[in-house]
Design a protein around this ligand. Structure first.
Ligand code: NAI
Length: 486
């Protein structure tokens, strides 16, 4: 079994050395060959804006698994996060994070003996980074939520729950506000839940979820969320069990999976030998289980638990009245306990097979296209034209009404920042230089995209149209939302 390895930047090499040393001592390297993949700051510095060499890309695609340390995101200059790029380009769509109370890691929640997981959708949502400037004062970003993308992460969640014997799964969302995007995610959650009758399900609005996690976190066993909400909620969850030093993560894809700690490069302590390797070790344990090295993972986990309960700690956690140790000494404390079990917490069962279940799939010829719904009847119903304009809404409306004379469309509303200001609205609504003009089909009229584009051309002869959306019905169901106030 070959695993691509990128140690990362900052504290990355220190904690990766520690983790690999521990793995070697536990016999993992008899089963796994770690293959270096050049990624991170040095590659960016050499002028490669993707942050990974072509050879590294090939290595990861051939191995199917990447074990990585934290990597620095270049500040400014348009450099994208290599971490986000890796997850997206290799479709590692499910970010699985496990949170548990650990011995020797005191938090205000330690007495609750927490043990739960958060699954975050990892490739969609605002992380597409599809953003534009549309006027002097307005920036927008596209939030992309898809049915097959939602299905993939939801299916992973239910399958993981079933395999691990977790009997309750919640969906966190904001479907009360984002009716189409989060609405779709919630609808797919409910549709897939019906296929898993042995699992109880519930949904919870994300703001209430945050409060519940602080007030009574033990009520959750597994929560699945869209990308940005999942990002925020999972860091909150990490705080409940001791913070970044203890937050592992697995980015699971159909073909390629990436295992890494949640924390970054910790530039403030890099190179000083002070970093806590636990989060990377725990991420590595997820990886070992993923490839079937179950008993080795259990042996290492028991040694880690035994070391933590002994009180040995790096500077970022533990009993401040006792001296802390550096990365090397902390790791040695774990290695010295290989073969031992913790006494104050339940040991992890060392049984299980070492059968490697993971297989590198053959490389696809080209990017695959996924579907959930297919062949719906789509009919053009109008357009939304976004105007970069200073004129007041009433004057804009009068000009636009003249513009659409003789077309199959009529102007039905103007809104600003999602709130209707014409034909009804409030003089107290504060507006900016960016208006949405909605044109809908006149009664009994029908239209094709060509008609919509012709209307757009007419509108553009009098206004700057900085964005345009085609309004369509899908099997008769409206494919757009109403603005506030309509
Ligand atoms: P950070 O996670 O690197 O550091 C935040 C604080 O936590 C610092 O005080 C640091 O010393 C401490 N810390 C983090 N990990 C620790 C560990 N293992 N042991 C002891 N203390 C630890 O976050 P920051 O400073 O916001 O980001 C630094 C760089 O890391 C940035 O370039 C950022 O883009 C990158 N980053 C990379 C990630 C990844 O590769 N997955 C994730 C998050 C950030």
């Amino acid at each position: 079994m070959r695993i691509a390895l990128a140690a990362g930047d900052g504290i990355g090499p220190e904690i990766m050395d520690a983790t690999l040393g521990l793995f070697a001592a536990a016999g993992v390297t008899r089963h796994v060959e770690f293959v270096p993949a050049e990624m991170g700051a040095s590659v960016f510095a050499a002028g490669n804006t993707r942050g990974m060499t072509d050879a590294a890309v090939r290595t990861v695609e051939e191995c199917g698994i990447l074990f990585k340390g934290p990597m620095e995101t270049p500040k400014g200059g348009g450099g994208k996060s290599i971490n986000v790029t890796a997850r997206k380009m290799w479709s590692a769509y499910a970010n699985y994070r496990h949170f548990r109370t650990l011995p020797g890691v005191q938090t205000p929640f330690s007495h609750l003996d927490l043990n739960f997981a958060i699954v975050r959708e990892n490739v969609e949502d605002t992380y597409g980074g599809v953003e534009h400037r549309l006027s002097d004062d307005v920036m927008t970003g596209k939030r992309i939520i898809t049915a097959p993308g939602s299905d993939a992460v939801l299916r992973f969640t239910f399958e993981t729950a079933r395999r691990m014997g977790i009997d309750t799964v919640h969906c966190g969302h904001k479907a009360n506000i984002m009716k189409m995007t989060d609405g779709l995610f919630l609808e797919r959650f409910k549709a897939l839940a019906a296929e898993y009758p042995g699992i109880q399900t519930g949904d919870v609005i994300v703001d209430a979820l945050c409060m519940n996690l602080v007030m009574r976190p033990q009520q959750y066993k597994m929560v699945v969320l869209t990308n940005l909400q999942g990002d925020i909620v999972s860091d909150l969850a990490a705080g409940l069990v001791g913070g970044l030093g203890f937050a592992p993560s697995a980015n699971i894809g159909r073909n390629i999976s990436i295992f890494e700690a949640v924390h970054g490069t910790a530039p403030d302590i890099a190179g000083k030998g002070l970093a806590n390797p636990t989060a990377l070790v725990l991420s590595g344990l997820m990886m070992l289980r993923h490839v079937g090295l179950v008993s080795q993972a259990a042996t290492i986990e028991n040694a880690l638990l035994a070391a933590l309960e002994s009180g040995v700690h790096t500077g970022d956690f533990g009993d401040r009245s006792k001296p802390s140790v550096g990365t090397t000494e902390f790791t040695k404390a774990i290695v010295d306990r290989l073969g031992q079990e913790p006494r104050t917490v339940k040991p992890v069962a060392t049984g299980g097979t070492d059968t490697v279940t993971f297989r590198v799939p053959p490389k696809p010829e080209e990017p695959t296209v996924m579907h959930t719904f297919r062949g719906l009847r789509k009919e053009v119903a109008g357009i939304d034209a976004y105007l970069d304009a200073e004129h007041p809404a009433g004057e804009t409306a009068a000009r636009l009404e003249r513009t659409c004379e003789g077309t199959p469309f009529r102007l039905t509303l103007i809104s600003c920042r999602g709130t209707q200001v014409w034909p009804r609205g409030s003089a107290f609504t504060e507006c900016v230089d960016y208006w949405r003009a909605r044109f809908e089909l006149r009664e009994d009229a029908s239209a094709h995209q060509d008609d919509a584009v012709e209307l757009l051309r007419k509108v553009a002869s009098g206004f700057t149209v900085s964005q345009y959306e085609l309004l369509r019905t899908f099997d008769g169901v409206r494919g757009w939302t109403l603005p506030q106030g309509q």
